[in-house]
Design a protein around this ligand. Structure first.
Ligand code: PEP
Ligand code: MN
Length: 342
């Protein structure tokens, strides 16, 4: 932690800052600058001690600002876990040698629609099948998903096709039920800071796929992951799915691809990109999926539908079977140049 003093801060004000640090049992490091002075506080402080010192110092006269120099997350940080984490679920390993493709419809709509989707996903070589049963919809009048019936369809189709399955859980009290039916628990963007849900999912033994909130900073995203890790669940996969756009005239969200190298540097957890929600437009999915591969992502999640025109949710961004096949071919061709394969 660095305390920057105001221009012209008096010696008495500097001494007051040093006293707070000493009262907590640490030795301050006074750093004289050209025109103002800073005081360093050791980085080995616990979170509560750090915020207590920060709070006390920020109130003192002559203090300009207090900045943190170490990351607020620990278990998620690469600093303490140099080797990248691999999360293996069935035939897919996130963070391993291969680029993982998760594909399937936004919502499970019927057994036939989901089974057909699964076949298209499998024929094209993707390993993980997605499908929403509980849907976080902006309007209560929109299709809310088939819920429990949807989970049963996912479990059945997963069993029939041998594909690994993933579906969203929206509430803490549903974690157990969703975990009984699918292989990976998805925590949606809107739920990224639903702390009771994170705690419950952290106690589950299922891998968790955590999507970045539309307005979440990288630190907030990694602190949400910290909730899962802190409960003992070390099978956490991060997903960048686009953040609040400057305007929605062209894309639904702004896919923050720079988050990929940033996350790879600061955390050991695997990073996946969702170009479907990231753009909201089917024809932009392939370019952004390729960009995700080049940026160093460990995989992508894309929405596909046997007949996008009839989709009950996110129809505009769903890839039809030909578009999905084309995307898989394009990724297969590009992967070797990125040091990976599909
Ligand atoms: C989804 O994957 O279907 C979904 C709702 O995504 P997000 O939480 O990123 O909006
Ligand atoms: Mn969707």
């Amino acid at each position: 932690m660095i305390v920057v003093m105001q221009l012209g801060a008096t010696q008495a004000q500097i001494d007051a800052v040093c006293k707070v640090i000493r009262d907590h049992g640490h030795e301050p490091l006074v750093l004289p600058g050209e025109d103002r002075l800073a005081v360093g506080v050791p980085d080995s402080l616990g979170t509560d001690e750090r915020s207590s010192i920060e709070g006390q110092i920020a109130r003192l006269e002559g203090v300009s600002k207090v900045t943190q120099t170490s990351s607020p997350y620990k278990l998620a940080s690469r600093e303490f876990h140099r080797i990248g984490t691999k999360v293996t679920v069935g035939p897919a390993t996130f963070g391993g040698e291969k680029f993982v493709v998760i594909a399937g419809p936004c919502s499970v709509e019927s057994y036939d629609q989901f089974r057909t989707s699964a076949e298209i996903v499998k024929q094209n070589g993707a390993k993980v099948l997605r499908g929403g049963a509980f849907k976080p919809r902006t309007s209560p009048y929109s299709f809310q998903g088939l819920q429990l019936e949807g989970l049963k369809i996912i479990q059945q189709v997963g069993g029939e096709t041998g594909l690994t399955t993933i579906s969203e859980v929206m509430a803490a009290d549903m974690v157990e039920t969703v975990a009984e039916h699918v292989d990976i628990l998805q925590i949606g963007a809107r739920s990224m800071q639903n702390f009771p849900l994170l705690i419950q999912a952290g106690q589950s033994r299922k891998p968790v796929f955590l999507k970045r909130g539309p307005s979440a900073t990288i630190d907030e995203f990694l602190l949400a992951a910290e909730y899962l890790l802190n409960q003992g669940n070390d099978q956490v996969i991060l997903c960048e799915r686009g953040i609040m756009p400057l305007d929605r005239a062209y894309t639904r969200n702004t896919l923050d691809l720079a988050a990929v190298p940033v996350l790879k540097e600061h955390t050991h957890l695997p990073v996946v990109v969702d170009p479907s929600h990231g753009t909201g437009v089917a024809r932009y999915v392939e370019p952004m999926a390729k960009a995700a591969l080049v940026a160093g992502a460990d995989g992508i999640m894309v929405e596909t539908h046997p007949e996008p025109l009839t989709a009950l949710s996110d129809a505009g961004q769903a890839l039809d079977p030909a578009q999905f096949g084309g995307l898989m071919d394009a990724l297969r061709a590009l992967a070797p140049a990125c040091g990976t394969s599909l």
